[in-house]
Ligand binder design. Structure first.
Ligand code: AP5
Length: 208
């Protein structure tokens, strides 16, 4: 199954794509994670992307499309994949249509108020890539999975969150209509508890 997880920043794309990736044994392809990993490795791509990411702006389409095309050549993508955070513009969606066949686009719906609360409390683990929320952490500085020190993403600072939301409305939200017209869209409520949202996602995807 080839899936796209669509939704505003903080909608839970990464959280749910990671669970589903394990359940279906297909890779989660997160362009955000790929860019952050390139940045950690100090590659030219990572260093170029940094200024866009830190400001909450989108990295140029050409860079992203080339990166995804390359990623799909890996053997683990043959059985299917879950795009998390891609495509994000009309140009990316059109380019994708030329080199991949998508089965379902899952749209997670979450209000701005909930997004701001989630992102400002998000902490991530640079060692195991886990994502957590301070509300559910005993110690907000320590990863409950591997014990490494948790960090706050630079783009989770309040002003940048607002800019990411506005970029989403302007450049990514129109894709809801784009995929609706192709008959691929399934929308799910992304508010509430993770387990309840995940159950709704499985139902929307007809996964038992
Ligand atoms: P990216 O990493 O893709 O960020 P994003 O889309 O802004 O998404 P997030 O990771 O912030 O949110 P999410 O929906 O995955 O939510 P999560 O599961 O973490 O992109 C970062 C940057 O990279 C972009 O701004 C851009 O610069 C660049 N980029 C990436 N892809 C690009 C592209 N295709 N084109 C151009 N540029 C690109 O959950 C959020 C928090 O909520 C967590 O703390 C979680 O624990 C918590 N939470 C609480 N309750 C729930 C619940 N019920 N469900 C889910 N999560 C919950």
């Amino acid at each position: 199954m080839n899936l796209i997880f669509l939704g505003p920043p903080g909608a839970g794309k990464g959280t749910h794509a990671s669970k589903l990736s394990q359940q279906l044994s297909i890779p989660q392809i997160s362009t955000g994670d790929m860019l952050r990993s390139a940045l950690r490795e100090q590659t030219t791509l990572g260093l170029e992307a940094k200024k866009f990411m830190d400001a909450g702006e989108l990295v140029p389409d050409g860079v992203i499309i080339g990166m995804v095309k390359e990623r799909l050549k890996a053997p683990d993508a043959r059985k299917g994949y879950i795009f998390d955070g891609f495509p994000r513009t009309a140009a990316q969606a059109e380019a994708l249509g030329a080199f991949a066949k998508i089965d379902v686009v899952l749209n997670l719906m979450v209000s701005d108020e909930v997004i701001i609360r989630r992102l400002s409390g998000r902490r991530v683990c640079p060692a195991c890539n886990g994502t957590f929320h301070i509300t559910f952490l005993k110690d907000e500085k320590v990863c409950p999975t591997c014990g490494a020190a948790l960090i706050q993403r630079k783009d989770d600072e309040p002003e940048t969150i607002l800019n990411r939301l506005s970029v989403y409305r302007r450049q990514t939200e129109p894709l809801i209509n784009y995929y609706q017209q192709q008959g691929l869209l399934r929308s799910v409520d992304g508010e509430g508890f993770v387990d309840d949202n995940y159950t709704a996602i499985l139902t929307a995807l007809d996964i038992k």
